[in-house]
Design a protein around this ligand. Structure first.
Ligand SMILES: Cc1cc2nc3c(=O)[nH]c(=O)nc-3n(C[C@H](O)[C@H](O)[C@H](O)COP(=O)(O)OP(=O)(O)OC[C@H]3O[C@@H](n4cnc5c(N)ncnc54)[C@H](O)[C@@H]3O)c2cc1C
Length: 378
């Protein structure tokens, strides 16, 4: 599928930035369990955090395919950095689509420049795939504003974020709120030692008598899950799907380079048929995942609601294949690929996370089968 000249050049620029500023440091960041602040500022200075912010608010206002290509480029270098783009863009999308005029004017210019980094707080201890079970509460205060109580688990870039999109039950109905980092009653507790995307500065959020003003509410009461989270998760899923295309390509590149050099039994690994089979699968899966992502992106740009299903399918396929490719990459590198600090090891750990976030593999299988069966019955 052909890209426009602008999309081609944006993708080439991003790939060159990633090759210079991100990929060479990804293993060190993984080991230190943190993308450093200087890297976040550099990323923001490129305008990447403003990718989805409309132009009138100071962002790049990218079309969906361009945004996907950006995620692909970043995902090729470092899934932790790509996950910053994912969660920040989910918040940008929610404010743009569901925020009031004042909220948009206040937050979007800051989110565009990276003066404020956004994070997404939906999952809780007892509410993961079944987010509708969340138990954080919001209570309307007599003098105005709301009191939030509860907690959020696994908030990507929570350690670094300046503003959180938090979902809570207001009179029983799930509702979205923007909570600034300095809000009294909000405690940010770092989460370390995760299996993958280890540099993505995860945090747990504790909300205890956390008071936010009336204009912290995003969308209407009760719109939290069905509208705000659902549409933000569609963007998140799309971002992760493209990130997996980048990860697949990185696995294929690393595997081919090593298989071409490493000689065993008198010839390079690349000349052993069983190794060639793994490489054939990687390049085919990369191409197929990319096509599914492009289809989802084109449907988004055409404002076709079918994009939602197409995005589920793209993310399902790309994440499953990325994990397979990363496992094969470790296999091709042998013991070296198992060693600490080796990119193959990091890519395998990161790829497993992709099968859990933004709708796990099983939840996606269930969703896709249901959608197909519904259509079949018509
Ligand atoms: C690195 C990382 C970063 C994250 N970042 C964020 C973030 O920024 N914000 C946020 O809100 N959350 C975040 N999450 C949480 C993520 O969204 C959840 O992990 C995800 O929704 C799955 O929930 P769970 O982990 O509680 O697993 P569970 O929902 O308990 O699922 C456990 C297992 O059961 C399976 N399962 C569940 N339901 C079904 C079903 N109906 N049929 C078949 N199998 C099923 C799942 O597929 C999975 O294999 C992050 C998670 C990780 C690991």
């Amino acid at each position: 599928m052909q890209l426009t000249a602008r999309q081609e050049s944006l993708s080439a620029e991003a790939r060159s930035y990633v090759a210079r500023e991100i990929a060479p440091y990804a293993d060190a960041w993984d080991q230190r369990q943190a993308v450093p602040d200087t890297a976040v500022s550099g990323f923001a200075a490129q305008g990447y955090l403003g990718a989805l912010v409309p132009r009138e608010h100071g962002g790049a206002g990218l079309d969906a395919v361009s945004f996907g290509l950006l995620n692909e480029a970043i995902g090729r270098g470092c899934s932790s950095m790509r996950s910053l783009l994912t969660v920040h863009s989910m918040v940008v999308h929610a404010v743009t689509r569901w925020g009031g005029e004042r909220q948009r004017a206040e937050w979007l210019p800051r989110l565009a420049t990276g003066e404020s980094v956004g994070a997404f707080g939906l999952s809780e201890q007892d509410a993961g795939s079944d987010a509708g079970r969340l138990s954080t509460t919001a209570e309307r205060l007599p003098g105005g504003g709301y009191r939030l109580s509860g907690g959020k688990k696994w908030t990507t870039f929570g350690q670094r974020a300046d503003v959180f999109l938090v979902f809570a039950r207001l009179e029983g109905q799930i509702t979205a709120f923007l909570v600034g980092r300095e809000t009294p009653g909000l405690e940010v507790v770092p989460v370390t030692g995760m299996l993958g995307t280890r540099a993505s500065l995860l945090a747990e959020l504790r909300l205890d008598d956390c008071r936010v003003p009336d204009d912290a509410l995003v969308g209407r009461p009760g719109f939290g899950l069905t509208a705000v989270a659902t549409s933000a998760l569609d963007i998140g899923r799309y971002s992760v799907a493209w990130g997996c295309v980048g990860l697949l390509a990185a696995c294929a590149d690393a595997s081919m380079a090593h298989a071409g050099e490493r000689v065993q039994f008198g010839k390079p690994l690349a000349e052993h048929q069983l190794v060639r089979r793994m490489i054939a699968d990687m390049v085919t899966d990369t191409a197929a995942a990319r096509l599914l992502c492009l289809r989802a992106g084109r449907l988004k740009d055409a404002r076709d609601p079918e994009t939602v299903n197409a995005t589920w399918m793209a993310k399902y396929f790309a994440s499953v294949k990325a994990f397979r490719a990363a496992a094969d990459t470790v296999q091709i590198f042998g013991a070296a690929g198992c060693a600490e600090g080796h990119p193959a090891q990091r890519m395998l750990r990161d790829a497993k996370i992709m099968e859990i976030i933004e709708g796990s593999t099983e939840v996606q299988q269930d969703y896709l089968a249901q959608a197909a069966l519904r259509e079949h019955a018509v």
